[in-house]
Each structure stands twice: as C-alpha cells, then as structure tokens.
Design a protein around this ligand. Structure first.
Ligand code: 1GP
Length: 238
C-alpha cells in the first residue's frame, strides 16, 4: 500500500482528523496559485484535492507543478473524467459513483483511464463515491446524469457504502455536491461511519468551522472544503 493511503489509515486509527481543500482548475488561473497556496499554508489543511465536474482545460500539469513547488502537502486528483488525470500529482481518488446507475461512471471511465494511469506513478486509491440529495441539482448530478440518494434514508446509504467496501473501495466519499444548499445530514455520516471500516470522506455544502467539527464528531475522517474557501480565502483564519 502507498504512502498516501497509509497516512490516511494511520490518521484514522490515531483519531487525527484530516482536512482537504478542493481546488477546481476551472476556477483557478496559474497566477492565483501563489496566493491560494499561501492562504492554505496558514490553515490546518492536510491535503489538497484537485478536480472538478467539467474541467477539460490544458493547464492542469502546469497548475500541479506550481502547487507542488510551493507546498509539501499531498496533492490528490479528484477527477470528473479521465482528461483530468495528470502525472504531476501524488495520487488519485479512483472514483466509482456508487449512488448512480450510469455505467460510464461505474466502470466506463475507469477502463478509459487505465492507459493514462499506466503512464504515471500516481498512487491509485479506489474510492466509492456516493452522491446525496442536497436541495437542488448539483454539477455532479448534471454531469453524471444520475439521481442522488435520498437524504432521509441513512440506512440505505450506509448499506451502499458497505457494498462499496465489500467490492474493494479503500475509501468512501459521501458527497452533497459542490456548493450544495444542504450538507450531508450528520445522522447519515454517523450511520455510514458505524457501518464501514474504511476511512470516510465527507464534503459538499460545508461552510463553517462548526460544520467541519460536526462532521468530524459524527465520524468523518476527512472533510473536504471547496466553495467556502473559493468564496473567502480567509475562511480558515476567521
Ligand atoms: C465537492 O465535496 C466537495 O466535491 C466540496 O464541496 O465546494 O460545497 O465545499 P463544496
């Protein structure tokens, strides 16, 4: 097993909570990287995730090279499609959209990604990705053409997460969607955390420190913050 995943497992067993910043290459230009990384350095961030639902641009390699020059934090791809794979990151969340029934996001894109991944040294971490209904349509829903799971059915979501673990997913990512109106319900985080033994990532619609703390308290091992930091790069210093 690789370093990235081992570190996440160690953190989980030592009850050390992890905080990831999601950088969307669609919303960042190369000139802003310096400022963004200096803000991240002042924050209790442990990981940088890079990816987005729709990015198809060509500055990903350059962006990752710049990020890697400026920080020693682990940089992990969180790709919306195989065109968002770059050898310049440390690893990749190899996602399987367990909440949906679109074969492209269950196995199609993964097959297409293999020849690209074979050209890299990326640490590949199999991740069961579960989209939860969050008040209005999110980009993940639109792009993947799938229906999110009912936010009132924690038991079915936990069962889905457990199926992912049994299939072989090394992480489970509970996602409300970037910029979600409502974050994943806390009782659902608790139900999933209790059912699975692999680390649990939670993201989407978390906009406050209290929201981060509550997700941790209910069993999230890693919380992902995107929009709140995009809207206010001093989010963590407040
Ligand atoms: C999206 O979970 C991440 O994939 C982060 O969501 O942008 O709402 O913080 P936000």
């Amino acid at each position: 097993m690789g370093n990235l995943y081992n570190h996440i497992l160690d953190a989980k067993s030592g009850n050390q909570k992890l905080l990831a910043i999601l950088l969307d290459p669609d919303k960042l230009d190369l000139h802003s990287i310096d400022t963004v990384i200096s803000k991240i350095k002042g924050a209790p961030v442990t990981h940088i995730l890079v990816g987005g639902s729709s990015f198809e641009g060509n500055h990903l390699d350059a962006m990752l090279t710049l990020i890697k020059e400026k920080t020693a934090l682990p940089v992990v791809l969180f790709p919306g499609n195989p065109s968002q794979i770059s050898a310049k990151a440390d690893g990749i969340l190899f996602l399987q959209l367990l909440s949906g029934r679109n074969p492209d996001y269950l196995i199609g894109h993964q097959i297409a990604a293999v020849p690209i991944l074979e050209q890299t040294q990326l640490e590949i971490i199999s991740t069961g990705y579960i989209l939860i209904e969050s008040g209005s349509e999110t980009a993940v829903e639109r792009v993947t053409q799938t229906t999110p799971l009912d936010r009132n059915n924690a038991d079915y979501v936990a069962q889905t997460a457990k199926a992912g673990e049994l299939i072989g997913n090394k992480l489970i990512y509970l996602e409300a969607g970037s910029g979600a109106q409502k974050a994943v319900p806390l009782e659902m985080i608790a139900a999933v955390a209790e059912r699975i033994s692999v680390p649990l990532i939670v993201g989407g619609g978390i906009r406050s420190k209290a929201g981060i703390e509550a997700a941790f308290a209910h069993g999230a091992d890693m919380v992902v913050i995107g929009t709140a930091f995009e809207n206010d790069s001093d989010f963590f210093s407040k």
